[in-house]
Design a protein around this ligand. Structure first.
Ligand code: GLA
Length: 338
């Protein structure tokens, strides 16, 4: 039996109120199954999928806003802010966006016009209600020696598709904070590529206000020293930082075991210690960090249950599958209460 039941423990977002927002990614299912946990511990919500291009705009003339609107209504009913995710990405974007309708590829003008009209429609709909948008997601390559990720956006529109996305988003809601968001953000080589991209955007006068560090990490990687170096490097651009998709997998990325059906005591202890180190670091840089969002809320649901090993369960969060606080929750609380 867990020593602390949920009703007796302080809400995470309350505890960190003076430092940064605490967010969670949600989906239509968890909005119902994790409703109380979300309302109690989180003051920023992100749609796991429901605001992506393919969900909002599956066909050229058809937008679908029901699920995104439900998330907004829930967030507003419990006083949580909303981070929009995501406007321009190489993934989860329908193929019609890149086609000319006659079996060929769309040209640059048509693609940028579509991007603009998508961003106008989506950002305007939630104007003043979504405080930050991930405008461009994952445009930087993971390949050594390659700067930007090859994608249809890049092939057809060229490098400045990124600048255009920020300009269109800013025009649609001048009050929203606009972010470039990426993963492997603490890897030294990729960090420099992200830095270079954002620095160039700033030189071009892009309305960019922050960098999103996805933070899909695990018990062993990346080293705290690399996370610290990334925070310092990005903050040196004078931008806000949001941790946008934090989870701590129990497995190294190349660990493909399938026989672990429950987390061992050792795993839980390691995870708690790692959460503590990570939050200690975030607190040190709180002046730069505006929000720490988990990519989920509790261990009953995580995208890591299927990735990268199909069907293998994972336990990446501070709350267990019954929504009770884990050791990690208690440990990070001590950081602000001691
Ligand atoms: C990336 C994206 C997220 C999500 C995760 C996997 O990090 O930014 O939207 O798709 O991958 O769940």
């Amino acid at each position: 039996m867990n020593r602390l039941q949920n009703e007796e423990i302080p809400g995470l977002s309350e505890v960190f109120q003076a430092q940064f927002r605490i967010g969670a990614a949600v989906n239509p299912q968890t909005l119902s199954t994790q409703r109380e946990l979300l309302a109690r511990h989180f003051n920023s919500l992100t749609a796991e999928n429901e605001m992506k291009f393919e969900r909002l705009h599956p066909e050229s003339e058809r937008y679908v806003f029901e699920e995104a609107d439900r998330l907004m209504a829930f967030a507003e009913s419990c006083g949580a802010a909303v981070r929009g995710h995501t406007l321009v990405w190489h993934n989860q974007t329908p193929s019609w966006v890149f086609e000319d309708g006659n079996g060929g590829a769309a040209d640059r003008d048509r693609l940028l016009a579509r991007m603009k009209s998508h961003i106008d429609t989506v950002v305007s709909r939630y104007k003043g209600r979504i405080y930050a948008w991930d405008v461009v997601n994952e445009a930087v390559s993971d390949q050594s020696g390659e700067w930007l990720r090859p994608s249809k956006w890049l092939d057809i529109a060229g490098e400045d598709f990124i600048l255009k996305a920020f300009e269109y988003a800013h025009a649609a809601d001048p009050g929203a904070l606009l972010f470039y968001n990426d993963y492997n953000e603490s890897d030294p080589e990729k960090r420099e590529k992200i830095y270079r991209l954002v620095q160039r955007l700033l030189e071009q006068g892009a309305p960019i206000h922050g960098i999103g560090l996805q933070a899909h990490w695990n018990l062993f990687d990346p080293p705290i020293a690399d996370i610290r170096a990334a925070i310092e490097r990005y903050a040196s651009l004078g931008l806000k930082l949001h941790v946008t998709e934090l989870d701590l997998s129990m497995f190294r990325f190349d660990d493909r075991r399938t026989d672990v059906t429950a987390p061992s005591t050792e795993m839980l202890e390691l995870q708690a210690a790692r959460y503590k180190d990570i939050f200690r670091l975030f607190l040190e840089y709180r002046e730069h960090i505006g929000c720490v969002t988990f990519w989920g809320a509790a261990d009953d649901y995580t995208w890591l249950d299927d990735f990268p090993v199909r069907g293998r369960k994972n336990w990446p969060f501070l709350f267990d599958a019954n929504h009770l606080p884990k050791q990690g929750y208690r440990d990070i609380l001590q950081l602000v209460q001691s």
